[in-house]
Design a protein around this ligand. Sequence first.
Ligand code: ATP
Ligand code: MG
Length: 237
Amino acid sequence: MRDSEFFEKFKIERKVFDRKTILAILKLMNKGYVKIVESLIKEGKESCVLSGKDKKDNWIALKVYRIEHCDFKNMWKYLVSDPRFYGVKKSRRSIVYTWCKREFKNLKIAFSAKVSCPEPIAFFENVLVMSFLGENGKPAPRLIDVSLDEKNALAVYESIMEEVKKLAKAKLIHSDLSAFNILLLEKPYLIDFSQAVPFSHPLAKEFLVRDLKNINSYFKKIGISVKSEEEIIKELI
Ligand SMILES: Nc1ncnc2c1ncn2[C@@H]1O[C@H](COP(=O)(O)OP(=O)(O)OP(=O)(O)O)[C@@H](O)[C@H]1O
Ligand SMILES: [Mg+2]
């Protein structure tokens, strides 16, 4: 499918993209970050993730925040409590743009700290471009979609804890960590960093405990004996 047909299809039939979003993707194309948009990986309420290729034919993923569908009031609550974004304007568009920028910034911190996560490539307005996790355009499965045997499950659990530790060393807390936001390739990769906050956030500790509880309860259910959240936090800090 050609790009123009693709955009027309989603704009008209599914109302995924408004005109400004199409222009934002075209801008990223003109800058050379995106050569082609290939297909829709996931259409969510607030964002859509698309696969594509860059000018060197590497697979990329584009996360497009949907301006009209985002719960921008909720986003604003998160943003104003993040010391990095105190001054954000209260309009729908600027909140969504800042949300996208925040995901990019968070990914930068995580990727620089060698966390297994997508590499952030570029962002413009409500569109984030990152490296693609998967093979030949087929996205890696989410942890929630995979059934692990006991031996693998323990190794995956331990790897996830290593990733959380690396993130904590970089003073960042994912804040939306769960089996839905972990993709499994040869090892687990953390994704969906839009809610991640620095340690300086007033609710940082609460978010960290919530992340650890989510992961622990997932692995407990599949029979893995997990460390308590307190024990993990002691090791982290
Ligand atoms: N870099 C990537 N490579 C391959 N697939 C990806 C990538 N990022 C996201 N995906 C796919 O898109 C899905 C949705 O991504 P993500 O979790 O970031 O969005 P979301 O849950 O809709 O976001 P949010 O909670 O911020 O609205 C993932 O479950 C995964 O299947
Ligand atoms: Mg998600």
